[in-house]
Design a protein around this ligand. Sequence first.
Ligand code: PHE
Length: 346
Amino acid sequence: MSDKLDGLWAAAKAELDVATTKDAVEAVRVKYTGKKGALSAILGGMGKLAPEERKALGEQANKVKAQLEAALEQAAVRLEEAALEAELAGAKLDVTLPGRHVRLGRRHPVSQTLDDIVATFARLGFDVAQGPEIELDWFNFEALNVPADHPARDMQDTFYVDAQWLAKGVGPTVLRTHTSPVQIRTMLAQKPPVRAVMPGRVYRKDSDQTHTPMFHQVEGLYVDRHVTFAELKGTLDAFAKAFFGAKAKTRFRPSFFPFTEPSAEVDVSCVFCGGKGCRVCKQSGWIEVLGSGLVHPNVLKHASYDPAEVTGFAFGMGIERLTMLRYGIDDLRTMFENDARFLAQF
Ligand code: PHE
Protein backbone atom coordinates (compact mmCIF):
# COMPACT_ATOMS: atom_id res chain seq x y z
CA MET A 1 0.00 0.00 0.00
CA SER A 2 2.90 2.26 0.72
CA ASP A 3 4.08 1.74 -2.87
CA LYS A 4 0.61 2.58 -4.10
CA LEU A 5 0.74 5.93 -2.24
CA ASP A 6 4.15 6.73 -3.76
CA GLY A 7 2.83 5.82 -7.16
CA LEU A 8 -0.25 7.98 -6.65
CA TRP A 9 1.88 11.02 -5.80
CA ALA A 10 4.18 10.49 -8.77
CA ALA A 11 1.28 10.09 -11.20
CA ALA A 12 -0.60 13.13 -9.87
CA LYS A 13 2.55 15.25 -10.00
CA ALA A 14 3.25 14.20 -13.60
CA GLU A 15 -0.30 15.10 -14.65
CA LEU A 16 -0.14 18.48 -12.92
CA ASP A 17 3.16 19.32 -14.59
CA VAL A 18 1.57 19.09 -18.01
CA ALA A 19 -1.80 20.65 -17.08
CA THR A 20 -2.31 23.84 -19.14
CA THR A 21 -5.82 24.84 -18.10
CA LYS A 22 -7.75 25.42 -14.90
CA ASP A 23 -10.08 22.60 -15.87
CA ALA A 24 -7.17 20.18 -16.20
CA VAL A 25 -5.92 21.08 -12.71
CA GLU A 26 -9.42 20.67 -11.32
CA ALA A 27 -9.68 17.23 -12.96
CA VAL A 28 -6.45 16.17 -11.23
CA ARG A 29 -7.79 17.39 -7.90
CA VAL A 30 -11.00 15.40 -8.27
CA LYS A 31 -9.23 12.32 -9.56
CA TYR A 32 -6.74 12.08 -6.67
CA THR A 33 -8.08 13.95 -3.65
CA GLY A 34 -11.85 13.95 -4.29
CA LYS A 35 -14.31 11.93 -2.20
CA LYS A 36 -14.29 9.13 -4.76
CA GLY A 37 -10.64 9.77 -5.68
CA ALA A 38 -7.60 7.53 -5.61
CA LEU A 39 -6.44 8.66 -2.16
CA SER A 40 -9.81 7.86 -0.55
CA ALA A 41 -9.75 4.46 -2.19
CA ILE A 42 -6.38 3.63 -0.65
CA LEU A 43 -7.34 4.96 2.79
CA GLY A 44 -10.57 2.95 2.60
CA GLY A 45 -8.55 -0.25 2.61
CA MET A 46 -6.61 0.67 5.76
CA GLY A 47 -9.20 -0.90 8.10
CA LYS A 48 -7.86 -4.35 7.32
CA LEU A 49 -4.29 -3.51 8.39
CA ALA A 50 -2.63 -4.23 11.73
CA PRO A 51 -2.56 -1.16 14.05
CA GLU A 52 1.23 -0.65 13.61
CA GLU A 53 1.02 -0.67 9.83
CA ARG A 54 -2.06 1.51 9.93
CA LYS A 55 -0.21 4.23 11.85
CA ALA A 56 2.78 4.29 9.50
CA LEU A 57 0.57 4.28 6.46
CA GLY A 58 -1.65 7.04 7.94
CA GLU A 59 1.36 9.28 8.37
CA GLN A 60 2.50 8.61 4.81
CA ALA A 61 -1.01 9.24 3.47
CA ASN A 62 -1.21 12.62 5.27
CA LYS A 63 2.16 13.59 3.84
CA VAL A 64 1.12 12.68 0.31
CA LYS A 65 -2.15 14.56 0.75
CA ALA A 66 -0.31 17.71 1.89
CA GLN A 67 2.16 17.42 -1.00
CA LEU A 68 -0.71 17.03 -3.42
CA GLU A 69 -2.55 20.07 -2.10
CA ALA A 70 0.59 22.18 -2.30
CA ALA A 71 1.22 21.01 -5.87
CA LEU A 72 -2.40 21.80 -6.86
CA GLU A 73 -2.03 25.30 -5.41
CA GLN A 74 1.26 25.82 -7.25
CA ALA A 75 -0.27 24.71 -10.52
CA ALA A 76 -3.17 27.15 -10.05
CA VAL A 77 -0.78 30.05 -9.39
CA ARG A 78 1.39 29.09 -12.36
CA LEU A 79 -1.64 29.11 -14.65
CA GLU A 80 -2.84 32.52 -13.38
CA GLU A 81 0.59 34.05 -13.92
CA ALA A 82 0.76 32.59 -17.41
CA ALA A 83 -2.69 34.03 -18.21
CA LEU A 84 -1.61 37.50 -17.06
CA GLU A 85 1.62 37.27 -19.07
CA ALA A 86 -0.36 36.34 -22.15
CA GLU A 87 -2.77 39.23 -21.63
CA LEU A 88 0.05 41.77 -21.22
CA ALA A 89 1.88 40.42 -24.25
CA GLY A 90 -1.28 40.74 -26.35
CA ALA A 91 -2.33 44.22 -25.18
CA LYS A 92 -1.12 47.18 -27.20
CA LEU A 93 -0.47 49.97 -24.69
CA ASP A 94 1.02 53.17 -26.09
CA VAL A 95 2.54 54.88 -23.08
CA THR A 96 3.38 57.95 -25.20
CA LEU A 97 -0.32 58.81 -25.75
CA PRO A 98 -1.31 62.06 -23.98
CA GLY A 99 -3.39 61.55 -20.82
CA ARG A 100 -7.09 62.27 -20.66
CA HIS A 101 -7.74 65.91 -19.73
CA VAL A 102 -9.63 66.29 -16.45
CA ARG A 103 -11.66 69.50 -16.49
CA LEU A 104 -11.59 71.32 -13.19
CA GLY A 105 -14.63 73.26 -12.01
CA ARG A 106 -14.28 76.92 -11.11
CA ARG A 107 -16.15 79.42 -9.02
CA HIS A 108 -18.67 81.35 -11.08
CA PRO A 109 -17.48 84.91 -11.80
CA VAL A 110 -20.52 86.23 -9.89
CA SER A 111 -19.49 84.19 -6.84
CA GLN A 112 -15.91 85.41 -7.17
CA THR A 113 -17.06 89.04 -7.31
CA LEU A 114 -19.39 88.52 -4.37
CA ASP A 115 -16.60 86.99 -2.29
CA ASP A 116 -14.23 89.82 -3.20
CA ILE A 117 -16.76 92.48 -2.24
CA VAL A 118 -17.52 90.81 1.08
CA ALA A 119 -13.77 90.40 1.78
CA THR A 120 -13.10 94.06 0.96
CA PHE A 121 -15.77 95.23 3.40
CA ALA A 122 -14.55 92.74 5.99
CA ARG A 123 -11.21 94.58 5.93
CA LEU A 124 -13.15 97.80 6.57
CA GLY A 125 -14.69 96.25 9.68
CA PHE A 126 -18.01 94.98 8.29
CA ASP A 127 -19.61 91.72 9.47
CA VAL A 128 -21.68 89.52 7.15
CA ALA A 129 -25.44 89.06 7.67
CA GLN A 130 -28.08 87.15 5.72
CA GLY A 131 -31.86 86.99 5.40
CA PRO A 132 -34.52 84.91 3.61
CA GLU A 133 -35.25 85.17 -0.12
CA ILE A 134 -38.98 84.64 0.51
CA GLU A 135 -39.66 87.71 2.60
CA LEU A 136 -42.58 89.30 4.40
CA ASP A 137 -43.93 92.32 2.59
CA TRP A 138 -43.39 94.17 5.85
CA PHE A 139 -39.60 93.72 5.79
CA ASN A 140 -39.29 94.22 2.02
CA PHE A 141 -41.43 97.40 1.90
CA GLU A 142 -43.29 98.65 5.01
CA ALA A 143 -40.35 98.72 7.40
CA LEU A 144 -38.26 100.38 4.69
CA ASN A 145 -40.68 103.32 4.59
CA VAL A 146 -42.57 102.08 1.53
CA PRO A 147 -46.27 101.88 2.56
CA ALA A 148 -48.80 99.88 0.55
CA ASP A 149 -49.98 102.68 -1.73
CA HIS A 150 -46.55 104.25 -2.16
CA PRO A 151 -45.65 104.84 -5.82
CA ALA A 152 -42.11 103.63 -5.07
CA ARG A 153 -43.47 100.06 -5.10
CA ASP A 154 -43.69 100.44 -8.86
CA MET A 155 -39.93 101.00 -9.00
CA GLN A 156 -39.47 97.31 -8.42
CA ASP A 157 -41.90 94.94 -10.08
CA THR A 158 -42.57 92.42 -7.39
CA PHE A 159 -43.18 88.68 -7.44
CA TYR A 160 -45.92 88.05 -4.87
CA VAL A 161 -45.95 84.63 -3.26
CA ASP A 162 -49.20 82.62 -3.10
CA ALA A 163 -52.00 84.08 -0.96
CA GLN A 164 -51.92 81.04 1.34
CA TRP A 165 -49.45 83.05 3.36
CA LEU A 166 -52.25 85.51 4.06
CA ALA A 167 -54.42 82.70 5.40
CA LYS A 168 -51.62 81.69 7.77
CA GLY A 169 -51.81 85.18 9.23
CA VAL A 170 -48.23 86.12 8.47
CA GLY A 171 -49.18 88.84 5.99
CA PRO A 172 -48.37 89.14 2.30
CA THR A 173 -45.15 87.50 1.23
CA VAL A 174 -42.87 88.37 -1.68
CA LEU A 175 -39.67 87.23 -3.29
CA ARG A 176 -37.46 89.98 -1.92
CA THR A 177 -36.88 92.66 -4.53
CA HIS A 178 -33.66 93.85 -2.90
CA THR A 179 -31.36 92.96 0.01
CA SER A 180 -32.51 96.00 1.99
CA PRO A 181 -34.97 93.97 4.17
CA VAL A 182 -31.89 92.35 5.72
CA GLN A 183 -31.06 95.80 7.13
CA ILE A 184 -34.21 95.61 9.26
CA ARG A 185 -33.63 92.00 10.31
CA THR A 186 -30.03 92.76 11.29
CA MET A 187 -30.99 95.81 13.34
CA LEU A 188 -33.84 93.98 15.09
CA ALA A 189 -31.42 91.21 16.02
CA GLN A 190 -28.84 93.44 17.73
CA LYS A 191 -28.31 96.74 19.47
CA PRO A 192 -26.32 99.50 17.74
CA PRO A 193 -23.61 99.80 16.60
CA VAL A 194 -24.14 97.56 13.56
CA ARG A 195 -21.76 97.38 10.65
CA ALA A 196 -22.52 94.61 8.17
CA VAL A 197 -22.72 93.66 4.52
CA MET A 198 -25.56 91.41 3.35
CA PRO A 199 -25.09 89.48 0.13
CA GLY A 200 -27.80 87.46 -1.60
CA ARG A 201 -30.24 86.78 -4.42
CA VAL A 202 -33.05 89.16 -5.26
CA TYR A 203 -36.00 88.87 -7.66
CA ARG A 204 -37.85 91.26 -9.95
CA LYS A 205 -40.42 90.78 -12.71
CA ASP A 206 -38.00 91.96 -15.31
CA SER A 207 -36.47 90.17 -18.25
CA ASP A 208 -34.68 91.78 -21.18
CA GLN A 209 -31.17 92.44 -22.50
CA THR A 210 -30.05 94.09 -19.27
CA HIS A 211 -32.43 92.57 -16.68
CA THR A 212 -32.94 89.05 -15.35
CA PRO A 213 -35.71 87.94 -12.96
CA MET A 214 -33.07 86.87 -10.43
CA PHE A 215 -29.82 88.63 -9.70
CA HIS A 216 -27.47 89.27 -6.79
CA GLN A 217 -26.97 92.28 -4.56
CA VAL A 218 -24.73 93.22 -1.68
CA GLU A 219 -26.29 95.52 0.87
CA GLY A 220 -24.25 97.56 3.33
CA LEU A 221 -25.34 99.10 6.61
CA TYR A 222 -23.53 101.08 9.27
CA VAL A 223 -25.47 102.54 12.22
CA ASP A 224 -23.88 104.12 15.26
CA ARG A 225 -23.75 107.46 17.06
CA HIS A 226 -22.72 110.31 14.74
CA VAL A 227 -22.43 108.37 11.48
CA THR A 228 -22.21 110.98 8.71
CA PHE A 229 -22.54 111.25 4.95
CA ALA A 230 -18.79 111.91 4.84
CA GLU A 231 -18.19 108.41 6.22
CA LEU A 232 -20.48 106.97 3.55
CA LYS A 233 -18.46 108.74 0.87
CA GLY A 234 -15.14 107.66 2.36
CA THR A 235 -16.23 104.05 2.72
CA LEU A 236 -17.60 103.71 -0.83
CA ASP A 237 -14.62 105.54 -2.35
CA ALA A 238 -12.27 103.12 -0.55
CA PHE A 239 -14.36 100.22 -1.84
CA ALA A 240 -14.30 101.52 -5.44
CA LYS A 241 -10.51 101.85 -5.34
CA ALA A 242 -10.10 98.36 -3.87
CA PHE A 243 -12.44 96.83 -6.45
CA PHE A 244 -11.64 98.77 -9.64
CA GLY A 245 -8.06 99.83 -8.90
CA ALA A 246 -6.38 102.79 -7.21
CA LYS A 247 -7.11 105.14 -10.13
CA ALA A 248 -10.88 104.77 -9.79
CA LYS A 249 -12.75 107.94 -8.84
CA THR A 250 -16.25 108.19 -7.39
CA ARG A 251 -19.02 110.74 -7.81
CA PHE A 252 -22.20 111.05 -5.74
CA ARG A 253 -25.36 112.20 -7.54
CA PRO A 254 -28.51 113.21 -5.63
CA SER A 255 -31.21 110.56 -6.00
CA PHE A 256 -34.24 109.14 -4.24
CA PHE A 257 -34.90 106.00 -2.24
CA PRO A 258 -37.76 105.84 0.30
CA PHE A 259 -35.47 104.27 2.91
CA THR A 260 -32.63 106.79 2.75
CA GLU A 261 -32.56 110.57 3.20
CA PRO A 262 -30.60 112.12 1.66
CA SER A 263 -30.03 109.57 -1.09
CA ALA A 264 -27.31 109.35 -3.69
CA GLU A 265 -26.44 107.25 -6.67
CA VAL A 266 -22.74 106.53 -6.94
CA ASP A 267 -20.83 106.59 -10.20
CA VAL A 268 -17.32 105.30 -10.72
CA SER A 269 -14.99 106.70 -13.38
CA CYS A 270 -15.44 104.56 -16.50
CA VAL A 271 -13.30 101.44 -16.20
CA PHE A 272 -13.07 101.15 -19.99
CA CYS A 273 -11.86 104.64 -20.98
CA GLY A 274 -10.56 105.91 -17.65
CA GLY A 275 -13.07 108.79 -17.76
CA LYS A 276 -12.30 110.16 -21.21
CA GLY A 277 -15.65 109.07 -22.60
CA CYS A 278 -16.46 105.98 -24.66
CA ARG A 279 -19.31 103.84 -26.00
CA VAL A 280 -19.84 101.99 -22.69
CA CYS A 281 -20.16 105.14 -20.54
CA LYS A 282 -22.07 106.89 -23.33
CA GLN A 283 -19.30 109.51 -23.56
CA SER A 284 -19.99 110.65 -19.97
CA GLY A 285 -16.83 109.19 -18.42
CA TRP A 286 -18.90 107.77 -15.55
CA ILE A 287 -20.69 104.51 -14.83
CA GLU A 288 -23.40 104.11 -12.21
CA VAL A 289 -22.59 101.31 -9.77
CA LEU A 290 -24.73 101.62 -6.65
CA GLY A 291 -27.45 103.31 -4.60
CA SER A 292 -26.86 104.76 -1.17
CA GLY A 293 -27.87 107.27 1.47
CA LEU A 294 -28.33 108.00 5.14
CA VAL A 295 -30.80 105.62 6.77
CA HIS A 296 -34.25 107.26 6.94
CA PRO A 297 -35.40 107.96 10.54
CA ASN A 298 -38.60 105.95 9.91
CA VAL A 299 -36.48 102.93 9.04
CA LEU A 300 -34.51 103.23 12.28
CA LYS A 301 -37.82 103.48 14.18
CA HIS A 302 -39.18 100.33 12.52
CA ALA A 303 -36.05 98.55 13.68
CA SER A 304 -36.56 99.84 17.24
CA TYR A 305 -33.56 102.16 17.01
CA ASP A 306 -33.88 105.74 18.27
CA PRO A 307 -33.16 108.27 15.47
CA ALA A 308 -32.30 110.84 18.13
CA GLU A 309 -29.53 108.56 19.39
CA VAL A 310 -28.06 107.02 16.25
CA THR A 311 -27.66 107.72 12.55
CA GLY A 312 -26.45 105.47 9.78
CA PHE A 313 -25.70 104.95 6.14
CA ALA A 314 -26.77 102.20 3.77
CA PHE A 315 -25.92 101.18 0.25
CA GLY A 316 -26.84 98.47 -2.22
CA MET A 317 -25.11 97.23 -5.37
CA GLY A 318 -25.83 94.74 -8.15
CA ILE A 319 -23.23 92.01 -8.42
CA GLU A 320 -23.81 90.90 -12.03
CA ARG A 321 -23.32 94.50 -13.14
CA LEU A 322 -20.10 94.88 -11.15
CA THR A 323 -18.84 91.55 -12.50
CA MET A 324 -19.51 92.64 -16.08
CA LEU A 325 -17.74 95.96 -15.56
CA ARG A 326 -14.79 94.27 -13.96
CA TYR A 327 -14.23 91.71 -16.72
CA GLY A 328 -15.48 93.80 -19.64
CA ILE A 329 -18.44 91.46 -20.32
CA ASP A 330 -21.15 93.16 -22.39
CA ASP A 331 -23.95 90.58 -22.33
CA LEU A 332 -25.78 89.92 -19.07
CA ARG A 333 -27.14 86.60 -20.35
CA THR A 334 -23.68 85.05 -20.30
CA MET A 335 -23.85 85.27 -16.51
CA PHE A 336 -26.73 82.78 -16.45
CA GLU A 337 -26.20 80.47 -19.42
CA ASN A 338 -23.54 78.45 -17.55
CA ASP A 339 -21.55 77.69 -20.68
CA ALA A 340 -18.49 75.97 -19.23
CA ARG A 341 -16.26 77.32 -22.03
CA PHE A 342 -17.26 80.88 -21.12
CA LEU A 343 -16.97 80.36 -17.37
CA ALA A 344 -13.53 78.73 -17.66
CA GLN A 345 -12.06 82.10 -18.63
CA PHE A 346 -12.35 83.62 -15.16
N1 PHE B 1 -32.29 98.69 -2.35
C1 PHE B 1 -31.90 99.62 -3.39
C2 PHE B 1 -32.13 98.96 -4.75
O1 PHE B 1 -32.30 97.76 -4.82
C3 PHE B 1 -30.44 100.01 -3.27
C4 PHE B 1 -30.15 100.80 -2.03
C5 PHE B 1 -29.78 100.15 -0.87
C6 PHE B 1 -30.25 102.18 -2.01
C7 PHE B 1 -29.50 100.87 0.28
C8 PHE B 1 -29.99 102.91 -0.89
C9 PHE B 1 -29.60 102.24 0.27
O2 PHE B 1 -32.14 99.62 -5.77
